[in-house]
Design a protein around this ligand. Structure first.
Ligand SMILES: [Zn+2]
Length: 106
């Protein structure tokens, strides 16, 4: 029986499910990315996806979710700032219009 693979991050032995998942990811990587395989400076073994145990895989997914949430929060903040800026411009233009109207009535 072949020796089980180790997690590339923590060194834990992969269980059969994680081993299978890692091999499927490697196979998909090797069959689906012609441009990377053809790049002369990279050999497939140097760019294979990391083999991950379940804990490290979950940790990475959690980090991705947190980064996506941060991106969404940043986009919402940017939209809010644009709305505040537009409201400020409209307020200033309205104020100038009222002042001009009052000055023209005198
Ligand atoms: Zn691990």
């Amino acid at each position: 029986m072949p020796k089980p693979s180790l997690c590339d991050f923590c060194g834990e032995e992969l269980d059969l499910g994680q081993e299978f998942l890692s091999r499927v990811e490697e196979e998909e990587f090797l069959t689906g990315s012609e441009s990377i395989r053809e790049h002369s400076a990279w050999t497939p073994s140097s760019v294979l996806p990391a083999r991950l145990c379940e804990a490290c895989r979950e940790s990475i997914e959690e980090n991705r979710r947190e980064l996506a949430e941060d991106d969404a929060l940043g986009a919402e903040t940017a939209r809010r700032m644009v709305r505040i800026w537009i409201a400020g411009v409209i307020f200033v233009l309205g104020f100038v219009a009222v002042v001009s109207l009052v000055a023209s009535l005198r």
